[in-house]
Design a protein around this ligand. Structure first.
Ligand code: AP5
Length: 223
């Protein structure tokens, strides 16, 4: 069976991380989330983290020359050889072109780009209620609460709020999304790779829809 190489696309807070957690249980995919990689680098104080922090805190994108090499290195890694799920990359046309070139060189291709659509007003509501555990599990105080308030269901660690989930930073992230990331919708539509999902449905409904689409793609590919 051939590999599944998937990209999750959508505005901040659309539910990309939420769906990624479920999809990686359905399909054997290496999960590559540039936002998580950058937050870890910031927490560890690495050179990458020091370069990225000021951009992330302002709701801006980390420059292409900083992120492209880091993301492509993960795509080439052994665990991603049989398929991957990219979350948060590419985010600019330059990043998409770099990925396309890399895939060509590796003799591989993108299977599909999964766009999770959510209107701006809903985003602010979602992101302000988001809480994350130490292990990266994502919750929402109203829509997806933990069993015990303030504690992760899996490891019991205290839930915290991300630094860039403050309302003024969320607005900056949304503006950036419309400005430089949304053009990727057209880019992937032109290549026949885009699949749209209504992200305003419940997490389970969104998941069911994406899973069915990905299962069909895998089946078509194996015929
Ligand atoms: P990143 O971590 O990638 O953030 P993002 O794209 O802004 O996405 P989020 O993680 O905020 O949201 P999500 O779509 O995963 O939603 P979630 O599932 O958590 O990037 C952070 C920063 O890093 C960027 O701003 C940038 O500075 C930098 N960066 C990263 N990649 C980069 C790149 N390639 N180039 C340059 N810079 C880069 O859900 C949100 C909330 O809603 C949760 O509380 C969840 O429980 C809830 N929820 C989810 N689904 C539903 C639903 N269906 N109904 C109701 N609630 C829901």
């Amino acid at each position: 069976m051939s590999e599944l190489n998937l990209i999750l696309l959508g505005p901040p807070g659309a539910g990309k991380g939420t769906q990624a957690e479920r999809l990686t249980q359905d399909f054997p995919l290496a999960y590559i989330a540039t936002g998580d990689m950058l937050r870890q680098a910031v927490a560890e104080g690495t050179e990458l983290g020091l370069k990225a922090k000021q951009f992330m805190d302002a709701g801006d994108l980390v420059p292409d020359e900083v992120i492209i090499g880091v993301a492509l290195e993960r795509v080439e890694a052994d665990d991603a050889r049989d398929g991957f799920l990219l979350d948060g990359f590419p985010r600019t046309i330059a990043q998409a072109e770099a990925l396309e070139q890399e895939m060509e060189q590796l003799g591989r291709g993108i299977t599909a780009v999964l766009l999770i659509d959510v209107p701006d007003e809903e985003i602010v509501r979602r992101v302000s209620g988001r809480r994350v555990s130490r292990s990266g599990r994502v919750y929402h105080v109203d829509f997806d609460p933990p069993k015990h308030e303030g504690r992760c269901d899996i490891d019991g660690s205290p839930l915290t709020q991300r630094d860039d989930d403050r309302p003024e930073v969320v607005r900056a992230r949304l503006a950036k999304y419309h400005d430089v990331t949304a053009p990727l919708v057209r880019y992937y539509e032109d290549r026949g790779l885009l699949r749209r999902f209504d992200g305003t449905r419940t997490p389970t409904e969104v998941h069911d829809h994406i899973r069915a689409t990905v299962a069909t793609l895998r089946l078509e590919d194996s015929l």
